[in-house]
Design a protein around this ligand. Structure first.
Ligand SMILES: Cc1cc2nc3c(=O)[nH]c(=O)nc-3n(C[C@H](O)[C@H](O)[C@H](O)COP(=O)(O)OP(=O)(O)OC[C@H]3O[C@@H](n4cnc5c(N)ncnc54)[C@H](O)[C@@H]3O)c2cc1C
Length: 396
């Protein structure tokens, strides 16, 4: 894709080109957002090829609004599930919180959608005009008076006006060229699985996260398309514990023995090859997202624990904002600054909220968890409303 010089605010810009490092949700969405603004790019990914990896994902109403603006909203809605309600309940079946996703859609234009990550990746790959350059692991860069040169592990190089590090929580771009991060272990490990099964219409309508009796014990299952269910499980334990697939399934069965029979049926359908295991980390918020001609995006600058289901959604918001700033501002530095100023406070708040939620679910003992459940159940409607307004209402 070649772009001509463009006029913006009365200023003639030469054609601009960006290198995107990482073809995850953030990098691919950035590609689509840049092309919408007429900005040229190339996208480089360390994975050797496109593989259908990952489990399920919930895209918040805010992310769906961005995708609508990028022209891919309809395609994503077509391949995903829209739950009418999202519940948090305890393992005894008591509802602790209920969010009407239908109401969110009515009020803010878009509600949350559930889908397989690989399905989302396919939709984004189709919408991006430039092919991903697979098997390109970014190693280092050099600054030049008019841009950057990126060096890859295979010895190849790429040149552009700027470089966008969308290379995830363990970002090489961030660590070497912007600001090193201090990782925080949430205390929880997580297993996920995609199970070939179809839930009842009632279950599909009401996506539910179930909290156990403390120590980070939670589980959930939800339909992500016609015949696949996304299951996840968390539990407090030291990081780095090795489990075989069989041992993990046995462990989850034991932990969930006092959950509903239906939960146990779902777990019984999991086989070891379906499991993905990850210790849940974020990092302490950093206060610089760019330096010189390098800018960060998504988990690379603000990885968050998945408790609010907002990590990818915030990366998606970043992508649209960064592309707009690059188009509107006179210099790359002005664009990076405006992007950072527009995004940082909001994202830091999301990271903080998500971190605190993880810690609350880590409480242990019947007394503490009983108190926790009561507090969550009694959160005034006004507060829940404010939180929805904050998360889902994109005011820009
Ligand atoms: C258990 C779990 C559940 C989650 N659930 C949700 C959810 O429901 N909703 C939600 O919004 N978020 C969720 N998240 C968060 C979400 O997955 C992330 O926030 C999101 O994937 C971040 O996207 P990204 O593109 O910034 O990073 P990534 O998805 O990590 O992509 C980074 C890409 O960069 C590539 N890369 C890395 N290093 C290099 C290099 N040196 N050179 C080239 N390429 C490189 C990687 O291979 C990868 O493809 C969850 C996270 C976890 C752990």
């Amino acid at each position: 894709m070649k772009t001509g010089a463009y006029l913006c605010g009365g200023i003639m810009h030469p054609p601009m080109k960006a290198i995107i490092i990482g073809a995850g949700i953030g990098g691919l969405t950035t590609a689509i957002a840049l092309q919408q603004q007429g900005i040229d790019y190339d996208i480089y990914e360390a994975a050797p090829e496109c593989r259908a990896v990952g489990a399920g994902i919930m895209l918040g109403g805010n992310a769906m609004t961005v995708y609508e603006r990028l022209g891919v909203g309809e395609a994503i809605r077509r391949v995903s599930i829209f739950p009418e309600n999202i519940f948090v309940s305890n393992y005894k079946g008591k509802v602790l919180q209920q969010v009407s996703n239908a109401y969110i859609r009515q009020r803010y234009g878009q509600g949350a959608h559930l889908l397989h990550r690989a399905t989302l990746q396919q939709e984004l790959l189709q919408a991006a005009q430039q092919p991903v350059r697979w098997g390109k692991r970014f190693e280092r860069l050099e600054h030049h008076p008019h841009g950057v040169v990126a060096y890859f592990e295979d010895g190849s190089t790429a040149t552009a006006d700027l470089l966008i590090g969308a290379d995830g929580i363990r970002s090489t771009v961030r660590e070497k060229y912007v600001a090193p991060a201090t990782y925080r272990y949430s205390g929880q490990t997580c297993w996920r699985a995609i199970i070939p099964m179809t839930l009842t219409p009632e279950e599909q309508k009401n996506a539910t996260e179930v909290w156990g009796n403390g120590n980070g014990l939670r589980a959930s299952y939800m339909q992500v398309d016609g015949d696949r269910v996304y299951f996840w499980f968390t539990k407090k334990m030291p990081a780095g514990q090795a489990f075989t697939g069989e041992a993990a399934i046995a462990f989850m069965k034991k932990e969930l023995a006092h959950f509903s029979e239906r939960t146990q049926e779902v777990v019984a359908a999991i086989t070891p090859d379906m499991l993905l295991h990850a210790d849940l980390y974020d990092f302490k918020p950093i206060d610089a997202w760019y330096k010189d001609k390098v800018v960060l995006l998504g988990d690379a600058c603000h990885a968050t624990t998945p408790n609010l289901g907002q990590g990818a959604s915030q990366a998606i918001e970043d992508a649209l904002m960064l592309a707009r700033c690059l188009k509107q501002e006179k210099t790359i530095t002005d664009a990076f600054k405006k992007y950072q100023d527009s995004r940082m406070a909001r994202v830091h708040k999301v990271v903080g909220m998500s971190w605190r939620l993880a810690q609350v679910t880590n409480w242990k003992g019947a007394l503490a968890t009983g108190l926790r459940d009561m507090i969550v159940r009694m959160i005034p409607h006004r507060i829940t409303q404010q939180q929805m307004e904050f998360l889902y209402h994109l005011k820009w």
